[in-house]
Design a binder for this molecule. Structure first.
Ligand code: AMP
Ligand code: TRP
Length: 321
């Protein structure tokens, strides 16, 4: 299978990213050709800190490698270093009715919380660039979290429309989800954990901070003996980070109304710390040599640029250029 996925360099990576996206990438890279991109052109669709931007890009790559992405096997690159992505996005924008973009849930959500003058055409067009990222490499599978499935479906629609109008050029991609589809905020179980959420655990959080955040997580607001959404979220984390038998133990205790949430939280904090400590160590080692990361990114971008160029030229030929 040919796999492509992208991640925005906006804010620190959190355990939602890890469970919803990166863990899946780690599995997939074992048996497939994988390309993963730091989608910096996507990151600028919402306000961002330009002074920290370059550093954020590097840090993200370092985290991905620290988590286990193998840079010898899997190609990691910066989206803006392969200009064909934006070139193809323009072409694709001419086959997609704009009404499809206004349908996108993420557009609606994001434009709800940012001020009107910051809702740019870029924010609306975001999924076209994402479609371009995917289609340009003949990707057949796109591992993402649940929030991105609609965008991958839009990429399918775009591929179909283009192929129908001009000739079969693009592969219609499919999304695949991880087991943990959506990690919710520890402060508010109705919101997903995100890079801007204070109820999120960053991959770089110290043991003290992790413990503090988990111990402070909201638990039950529901009925005693029932599993509230907040607890369901914590149990999902226990399942992801802890031992499988622990889940049924905790569920049993909830049903018997003997649960001590402090115990559940203590266990969970310990397991998360156990998982993140070696990743953090590796991250620091990688970040000690930023030039090495830069070089790897440039080499990969150069090779991908050649592949992407061929695809664009094929598309343009079909279109009569
Ligand atoms: P983002 O942080 O929005 O750039 O997302 C990067 C990747 O992580 C995408 O594949 C998302 O679907 C996934 N992701 C982001 N937040 C979560 C979350 N709270 N739970 C599960 N997956 C997530
Ligand atoms: N839109 C994705 C997100 O916000 C990131 C992304 C950009 C992406 N291009 C992609 C994901 C291509 C998968 C494939 O998380």
């Amino acid at each position: 299978m040919k796999i492509f996925s992208g991640i925005r360099p906006s804010g620190e990576l959190h355990i939602g990213n890890y469970l919803g996206a990166i863990s899946n990438w780690l599995e997939l890279q074992k048996k497939n050709e994988c390309i993963f991109s730091v989608v910096d052109y996507h990151a600028i669709t919402t306000p961002y800190e330009k002074d920290k931007f370059h550093q954020r890009n590097l840090e993200l790559v370092a985290w991905l490698i620290a988590c286990g992405i193998n840079p010898e096997k899997t190609r990691l690159f910066r989206q803006s270093q392969v200009p064909e992505h934006t070139e193809l996005a323009w072409i694709l924008s001419t086959v997609l009715p704009v009404s499809e973009l206004f349908r996108m849930i993420q557009y609606k959500e994001k434009s709800d919380y940012i001020s009107k003058e910051n809702i740019t055409a870029g924010l609306l067009n975001y999924p076209i660039l994402m479609a371009s990222d995917i289609l340009i490499y003949n990707t057949d599978t796109v591992p993402v979290g649940e929030d991105q499935v609609q965008h991958v479906e839009l990429a399918r629609i775009i591929a179909r429309k283009f192929n129908h109008r001009y000739g079969k050029i693009f592969v219609e991609p499919k999304a695949i989800l991880t087991k943990t589809k959506r990690v919710m905020s520890l402060k508010d179980p109705t919101k997903k954990m995100s890079k801007t959420d204070t109820g999120g655990i960053a991959l770089g959080d110290s043991s003290e901070i992790i413990t503090q955040k988990i111990m402070g997580a909201v638990t039950a607001t529901g009925e005693a003996g029932k599993i509230s959404p907040a607890v369901k979220n914590l149990l999902g984390l226990v399942e992801a980070f802890g031992k499988p038998e622990k889940i049924s133990e905790f569920i049993q205790a909830i049903e018997n109304k003997t649960i001590q949430y402090v115990e559940l939280k203590r266990y969970l904090a310990e397991k998360i710390i156990e998982k993140l400590t070696p990743i953090q160590k590796k991250y620091r080692e990688i970040m000690a040599d930023p030039d090495k990361i830069e070089k790897m990114l440039s080499n990969n971008a150069r090779a991908l640029h050649k592949e992407a160029r061929i695809k664009i030229e094929q598309a343009k030929k079909e279109m009569g250029f």
